[in-house]
Design a protein around this ligand. Structure first.
Ligand SMILES: C[S@@+](CC[C@H](N)C(=O)[O-])C[C@H]1O[C@@H](n2cnc3c(N)ncnc32)[C@H](O)[C@@H]1O
Ligand code: SF4
Length: 394
């Protein structure tokens, strides 16, 4: 399944580690004011621009223009639009941007205005991904979200007015959320007519505030069967409204509305992550001596202060990395790609005929698609994607 370097897309991820408030469930590498002494937003932008300079010099092979850029966080729109534009200009100056580049920023509904979105669109941003999470006030409160449901509509209209494509993120399975609450959120999303929807099952990590509430018995976890019903309801309502799933947690109106940047992750293309804690991946590539360097993944130091200090000293912010080859690379590719509606070629899991037959019999893999040579998850299989990967790849 490995694609030659020249045929692989190249994308840039820019991690912006700031939020106005840390949501109790969130385990991302992000910091609310007061949590990040000694690291300023200005310092961050300067360091990220320096990292781009170092990255280009360290990157093997000829320059490849970025086909996608994704500003994630954290809340990238905690930075002024001028700072986000400076970072995008940095990417443009470092690698170049392809003419049809997809440029996304994540945003909280409270952190954008008509003016800020227009400025971003003028500078080359094409897409905004808004963290809506729910349309139900008690669910938003449990999630510690600062926005009111009405702010989402305002942000969607402003983004559309600026000419940006709109994606909405939802979370399901919040403690206290009923199936009817979830239906309300889905209906609200559909009424807003976004181009793209992501719906994630809430994961409560032990190290978060919500993890502590769970341990103390202050919140109850959602029954996995109810979460499964919620997933199926999402798929039913979104499909009826004209959205198609293309990855387990993602639906798009048209194939052209899929998030190309995330598609590149799932298809094991190449990307460079800029910012504290950002991960990067480069697939196998030829060496000047005629040999081949293996695929490599690495990640940056997590804390913004450590990150800025490394770059101020002219050093790479890489914390650790690993090379991937043989079975490890194959396992990783099966794991990522099986989540896509396009599935994986049946011959990429040679020697697993028995496992494939069982997964088809159990309704996890699509039988007719397998006969045509593609292993593809059924709706039931999408709820059991991890199980399917284990059965196919080990
Ligand atoms: C980095 S956040 C996105 C941007 C923005 N900060 C926001 O929250 O609106 C990316 C998305 O991850 C999802 N997410 C974060 N923590 C999660 C968790 N513990 N379980 C499930 N989804 C989560 C949320 O839907 C969120 O919109
Ligand atoms: S979910 Fe978004 S807004 Fe909330 S803390 Fe995480 S990154 Fe920040």
């Amino acid at each position: 399944m490995t694609t030659a370097v020249g045929a692989r897309d190249f994308g840039v991820y820019v991690h912006v580690p700031f939020c106005s408030v840390r949501c109790g469930y969130c385990d991302f590498n992000t910091y609310a004011p007061g949590e990040v002494e000694g690291a300023t937003r200005e310092g961050y932008v300067e360091a990220a621009l320096r990292e781009m300079d170092l990255a280009r010099a360290a990157m093997p092979g000829d320059a490849r223009a970025a086909r996608t850029v994704f500003f994630g966080g954290g809340t990238p729109t905690m930075l002024d639009s001028s700072a986000l534009i400076a970072l995008l200009d940095g990417v443009r100056g470092t690698w170049g941007l392809s003419a049809d580049a997809e440029v996304t920023t994540e945003a909280n509904p409270d952190s954008v205005t008509k003016e800020s979105l227009r400025a971003l669109a003028r500078a080359g941003f094409t897409r905004v991904s808004l963290g809506m999470q729910s349309a139900v006030p008690h669910v938003l409160r449990t999630l510690d979200r600062t926005h009111k449901p009405a702010n989402v509509e305002r942000a969607v209209l402003a983004a559309r007015d600026a000419g940006l494509k709109v994606s909405l993120d939802l979370i399901y399975g919040t403690p206290g959320e009923s199936l009817e609450d979830w239906r309300t959120s889905l209906e609200a999303v559909i009424a807003l007519e976004p181009d793209h929807v992501s719906a994630y099952a809430l994961v409560i990590e032990p190290g978060t505030r919500m993890g502590a509430q769970l341990r103390r018995g202050e919140v109850a976890p959602t029954d996995p069967d109810v979460q499964a019903d919620m997933y199926e309801l999402a798929d039913t309502l979104l499909s009826e409204a004209g959205y198609s799933w293309y990855e387990v947690s993602n639906w798009a109106r048209e194939p052209g509305d899929r998030c190309r940047h995330n598609m590149a992750y799932w298809r094991s293309q190449d990307w460079w992550g800029i910012g504290p804690g950002a991960h990067s991946y480069l697939g196998p590539h030829p060496l000047p001596d005629g040999g081949e360097a293996p695929a490599r993944r690495w990640w940056n130091v997590k804390h913004p202060r450590a990150y800025a200090a490394r770059l101020a000293a002219g050093e790479s912010p890489e914390a650790e990395g690993e090379e991937l080859a043989g079975d490890d690379l194959r396992l990783e590719q099966v794991m990522l790609r099986l989540r896509l509606s396009e599935g994986i070629p049946a011959d990429s899991v040679e020697g697993r005929a028995e496992a494939v037959a069982k997964l088809i019999a159990d309704g996890v893999l699509d039988g007719p698609a397998a006969v045509r040579g593609t292993l593809r998850l059924t709706r039931r299989g999408r709820l059991l994607a991890d199980l399917a990967v284990r059965a196919l790849a080990f």
